[in-house]
Design a protein. Structure first.
Length: 77
């Protein structure tokens, strides 16, 4: 009978790494891009697959793809 590790099953449900959405402000031409986060800070990420002015999914410092440009709302509760 095979044993199952419940902790390992739980960890498999949670994606590893941090994923953020940022606006690409520049493609540097050397395999990296400049990205502006929602708080206004600018970071350098690996990849140039997303054009300037578009939003991108960034995971662990690497561009993973284009993100939809959706409106952001802030609500106080």
């Amino acid at each position: 009978m095979a044993t199952t590790n419940i902790w390992q099953q739980f960890k498999a449900l949670i994606p590893e790494g941090v994923r953020v959405i940022a606006t690409i402000t520049a493609n540097n031409g050397n395999g990296t891009s400049q990205a502006e986060l929602r708080d206004g800070s600018v970071i350098t990420v690996k990849g140039e697959s997303v054009g300037v002015g578009l939003k991108a999914f960034i995971q662990d410092g690497v561009i993973k793809g284009t993100a939809p440009s959706l409106a952001q709302y802030e609500v106080e509760v």
